[in-house]
Ligand binder design. Structure first.
Ligand SMILES: Nc1ncnc2c1ncn2[C@@H]1O[C@H](COP(=O)(O)OP(=O)(O)OP(=O)(O)O)[C@@H](O)[C@H]1O
Length: 250
């Protein structure tokens, strides 16, 4: 397997990473899915995980969120070992998650979907919670739809709602699983711009699974997966045609 040379400074040298994954091995039953995965996300960094279908990208994100338990390895967040913490604990520590398929609740309003995101705050929800204006600055379309049912929104609008809901918990790390899957090209650009806008406005970090090259290029660094292992990594500005052709379906 070719290893792509990584000449960018490792984030650990500059700062302790916000998220540090080492030696992760994850199984579904006896199927060995993730193999010795190491990955870091620095403070304020956007990191993109690329790879073909079925290589284990979603499995890795689910393990970061605590939805799957690794057989071996360690996950650190803000310098604390979180490998055995529950998804709920991780959310309250500051990891926001937008799963593949978005998981918008169809029969409650957009407003209520957004307020559910407050459950991830350490103090949970109060009776008189409101939606901060910054959410609508990032996703103006949601302001006009607050009283619509979540299920009545288009795919692109639901994706924006899912990201906005995750931001309601004020995460330090936002984990996004293929936010542009099944979404029309003009809306992909809006989502891309919003994710960049979130990083610029809040300084949070992003770990993202993505297939669209234009979006991948917005990230600072990439990790490429094959058969459950990381086989290449580096700065996205150095993404070669070879890596693009091997790991992205462009
Ligand atoms: N619940 C499950 N039980 C058993 N095997 C599973 C389960 N979910 C996923 N797998 C297998 O684990 C492997 C990795 O799947 P995963 O969804 O992590 O891949 P992926 O890279 O995210 O792909 P995609 O882009 O298609 O979502 C695949 O071989 C898949 O068939």
């Amino acid at each position: 397997m070719t290893q792509v040379q990584d000449h960018s400074p490792t984030p650990q040298v500059l700062n302790p990473p916000l998220l540090g994954i080492s030696g992760l091995n994850v199984y579904y039953g006896e199927s060995h899915i993730l193999r010795n995965v190491d990955l870091t996300v620095g403070q304020g960094q956007m990191v993109c995980l690329i790879g073909r279908n079925g290589v284990g990208k979603t499995t890795l994100l689910k393990t970061v969120m605590g939805l799957l338990s690794p057989r071996e390895g360690q996950i650190r967040f803000r310098n604390e070992i979180i490998t055995r913490k529950s998804p709920h604990q991780r959310a309250r520590m500051g990891i926001g998650y937008v799963p593949q398929g978005r998981e918008i609740i169809p029969r409650v309003t957009v407003r209520e979907n957004l307020l559910l995101g407050l459950e991830a705050r350490p103090q949970g929800r109060k009776g008189n919670d409101t939606i901060p204006e910054e959410i609508f600055d990032l996703f103006p379309v949601l302001k006009t739809m607050l009283h619509r049912m979540g299920g009545d929104l288009s795919g692109g609008q639901q994706q924006q709602l899912a990201i906005a809901r995750a931001l309601m918990g004020k995460p330090q790390l936002l984990v996004l699983d293929e936010p542009t899957e099944g979404i029309q090209p003009s809306i992909i650009l809006e989502i891309e711009a919003a994710v960049r806008g979130i990083i610029e406005a809040t300084g949070i970090s992003v770990l993202l699974v993505e297939q669209h090259l234009h979006f991948v290029r917005q990230a600072d660094r990439y990790y490429a997966m094959q058969k459950g292992g990381i086989v290449a990594s580096g700065a996205t500005k150095d993404l070669s045609q070879e890596v693009i052709q091997r790991f992205l379906s462009v």
